[in-house]
Design a protein around this ligand. Structure first.
Ligand SMILES: O=C(O)CCC(=O)C(=O)O
Ligand SMILES: [Fe+2]
Length: 254
C-alpha cells in the first residue's frame, strides 16, 4: 500500500479528474463547448503533449462483426446480471472465456499495434461496462496510469429507440476541442485514457449501452515513464485551503 492511499490523498489522475469535474460535465452539448472550451484548453494542451496515442474513433470497418462479438455480448449480459456491480455510476462485470477467445481469434494485440502504430503487449486488463438507465452517464475523467497506455473500447450493444434525438456517446476533450464518438454495435475507440479526458453523455429513455474495454501496455518502456506528467491545476478545495491559510482569522464566514 502506498503512502497516498494511507493518507487519503488523491492520486495524479484523481486530481485531474477532480479539476475536470469542477469545470466540465458531459451534460454540456457541443454548442456549449464551442463557447467555453478556451477557458480550459491551455491546461488540456499539457495533457495532449503526453498522449502516447492519438484518440481514434472507428465506425466503418469490417473488423468486429456482429457474429465475432456475439459471444462477448452474451457473456457480458450474463456477467452483468450475476456479478455486475456499480462503479462510478456505471455497471462493471468481469470478462470470461468469450473475451479471451475474442482476443485470440483477432490477434488483438497485433491488430491494436497496427491500428495505433505503437507496439503493445497482450491485453493486461479487460472489463465489461454497461449503462441501462435513462440519465446514466460518466463525467469527464482520466484513467489510472496502471490501466495501461492504450485503451480499446468496443461497443457490444447500443439500443437506441427511434424517438431518441441525441443518443449517448463516448466523448473526449483534447486541446483542439470536444469530440463525440457515437459508438454503435461493433464500432470502437482507441485512446490513451490516462492523458485524454473522456466520459459518456447521458442516456435517453429506453437506451442501453454495453461495452468491453481492453487495456494494453506498450512494448516500449520509455512510454511507461510518466515522471514528467503535468500536475493538475489546483482544485477548488486546494484554492480554498490556501486562501484560509493566508486569510486566517480574517474570514467572513462565506
Ligand atoms: O462509457 C464509455 O464510453 C467510457 C467508459 C470509461 O471511460 C471507463 O469505464 O473508464
Ligand atoms: Fe475511462
Amino acid at each position: 500500500m502506498t503512502a497516498t492511499s494511507e493518507t487519503g490523498e488523491l492520486s495524479w489522475s484523481q486530481r485531474w479528474t477532480t479539476w475536470l469535474r469542477e469545470r466540465t460535465t458531459v451534460r454540456s452539448g457541443r454548442e456549449y463547448w464551442e463557447g467555453t472550451f478556451p477557458a480550459i484548453s491551455e491546461e488540456i494542451m499539457k495533457l495532449d503533449r503526453n498522449m502516447r496515442i492519438t484518440p481514434r474513433f472507428v465506425a466503418d470497418h469490417d473488423l468486429f462483426t456482429l457474429e465475432s462479438i456475439s459471444g462477448m455480448t452474451e457473456e457480458a449480459v450474463a456477467a452483468l446480471r450475476s456479478e455486475g456491480f456499480i462503479h462510478n455510476g456505471k455497471w462493471n462485470a468481469p470478462v470470461g472465456p468469450a473475451a479471451l477467445d475474442f482476443v485470440d481469434r483477432h490477434h488483438l494485440s497485433e491488430l491494436v499495434s497496427e491500428l495505433t502504430g505503437v507496439d503493445v503487449e497482450e491485453p493486461q486488463g479487460a472489463t465489461y461496462i454497461a449503462y441501462f438507465e435513462a440519465g446514466g452517464h460518466l463525467d469527464f475523467h482520466l484513467d489510472d496510469f496502471h490501466y495501461g497506455e492504450v485503451n480499446l473500447i468496443i461497443c457490444l450493444r447500443h439500443v437506441v429507440p427511434d424517438s431518441t434525438r441525441n443518443p449517448s456517446a463516448t466523448v473526449f476533450i483534447q486541446s483542439g476541442g470536444y469530440r463525440s464518438c457515437p459508438l454503435e454495435t461493433g464500432s470502437f475507440v482507441l485512446f490513451d485514457g490516462a492523458f485524454t479526458p473522456h466520459g459518456r453523455t447521458p442516456l435517453a429513455e429506453g437506451e442501453e449501452v454495453i461495452l468491453v474495454s481492453f487495456s494494453f501496455k506498450t512494448k516500449s518502456r520509455a512510454l511507461w515513464n510518466v515522471q514528467d506528467a503535468p500536475s493538475a491545476p489546483p482544485t477548488r478545495d486546494e484554492i480554498e485551503a490556501a486562501g484560509t491559510t493566508i486569510g486566517a482569522g480574517a474570514g467572513n464566514g462565506n
